[in-house]
Design a protein around this ligand. Structure first.
Ligand SMILES: CC(C)(COP(=O)(O)OP(=O)(O)OC[C@H]1O[C@@H](n2cnc3c(N)ncnc32)[C@H](O)[C@@H]1OP(=O)(O)O)[C@@H](O)C(=O)NCCC(=O)NCCS
Length: 335
């Protein structure tokens, strides 16, 4: 990164409806005990019907702008990372722009499933190599409750609805995004997929009858690759920057399953005290897991100026990667 760009502020928002594991026991053949033991999830929030990604994102974005001391008009770009946009097109970024009245920005949606937010941070920091760009909002939002099959116990217990936002801005040299390592591997493409509704298999009465408009998953394969992918991506940024796991103050991983997080942390030999985990309360909110876990770690006083953080993720695609950052150093409008 030639231009130091960091996260100035964060925000989060979740669906209005609390859904506990006990609530799910009433709709599928599952138990609180199974879900907690196999995933670490105790509850998640789902939206009320009619709430789209843009609706969920706006309060999170406004809170983050407020923390940064900015208004919507200060934004130069809005990057929305989601697999559940309001509509296939236009982009949810445009809906959000209209709702908050950001008059001076452009934007787009980025599709990288659970890795969307970290890809968005890297892309946003890259956009800011243009000196005219001062502030970029990265909005990770997903309304997974609208694309999960609520009769499929193997998937419907895993996901929640949420939005997490980071405002990117310039920071002092030595701070901000220090390195990014990202990869895709299309060989895993069918392991986690919503088969219908795209150009390959347009929605039809037959696809709906076959429930192909919902998330389909080969959980075991995803599980295995997720541990390897996140551990490898973290090792890559550590090695490239001559760092060891001891140098990292906090790892903020994607929250898909607490056993995946434990497995990756074990491989990296990073103790769980230095890992941000919030899956218990929110489930897997796809693009929102990392920004919301980061936000909550900050609220809990676990992120201090000068701390070294790794954000890391694995998701459908497969997509995976990690972002190494040094927290703080905000220039507060001095650049
Ligand atoms: C989905 C996942 C939790 C399943 O856990 P698992 O320990 O691998 O469980 P299995 O798939 O082997 O299933 C074991 C049994 O539990 C059952 N089961 C699945 N979901 C269940 C549920 N909600 N409640 C009770 N039993 C359930 C299965 O039907 C299976 O029963 P069977 O042995 O009679 O066939 C796990 O594979 C996982 O987390 N994978 C990654 C998913 C993920 O993170 N996706 C997003 C990535 S970004």
């Amino acid at each position: 990164m030639t231009v130091p760009v960091g996260i100035l502020a964060t925000g989060q928002n979740f669906g209005e409806r609390l859904v506990t594991n006990h609530d799910l026991e009433a709709i599928v053949d599952t138990t609180d005990d199974w879900i907690v033991q196999r995933t670490g999830i105790r509850q998640r929030y789902w939206v009320e019907e009619g709430t789209g990604a843009s609706d969920l994102a706006v309060p999170a974005l406004m809170a983050a702008l407020d923390e940064a001391g900015l208004t919507p008009d200060d934004l130069d770009a809005i990057i929305v990372t989601t697999v559940t946009p309001d509509t296939m097109f236009p982009a949810t970024a445009c809906r959000i722009q209209q709702k908050i009245g950001a008059a001076n920005c452009y934007g787009f949606d980025l599709s990288a499933a659970c890795s969307g937010f970290i890809y968005g941070v890297t892309v946003g920091a890259g956009l800011m190599s243009d000196p005219a760009m001062r502030y970029v909002a990265v909005v990770g939002v997903d309304v997974m409750s609208t694309i999960i099959d609520k009769t499929d116990r193997a998937t419907c217990v895993l996901f929640g609805d949420g939005a997490g936002v980071a405002i990117l801005g310039r920071v002092e040299p030595g701070y901000g995004v220090l390195d990014s390592y990202h990869r895709i591997n299309g060989q895993g493409g069918d392991d986690l997929i919503m088969p219908a509704g795209g150009s390959k298999l347009p929605t039809s009465a037959a696809t709906v009858a076959a429930r192909q408009h919902y998330v389909h998953q080969n959980g075991g394969e995803v599980f295995k690759h997720a541990i390897e992918g996140m551990a490898d991506a973290c090792r890559a940024v550590l090695n490239r920057n001559d760092l060891t796991p001891e140098d990292i103050d906090l790892v903020v991983p994607h929250q898909a399953n607490v056993r995946i997080i434990n497995g990756a942390a074990q491989r990296l030999q990073i103790p769980l005290e230095r890992v941000a985990i919030n899956i218990e309360n929110h489930g897997n909110t796809t693009s929102a897991t990392i920004p919301s876990a980061l936000h909550q770690a900050r609220q809990a006083g676990r992120v201090k100026d000068g701390d070294k953080l790794i954000l890391t993720s694995f998701g459908a695609g497969y997509t995976y990667g990690s972002v190494l950052m040094q927290w703080g150093g905000a220039l507060n409008g001095r650049a």
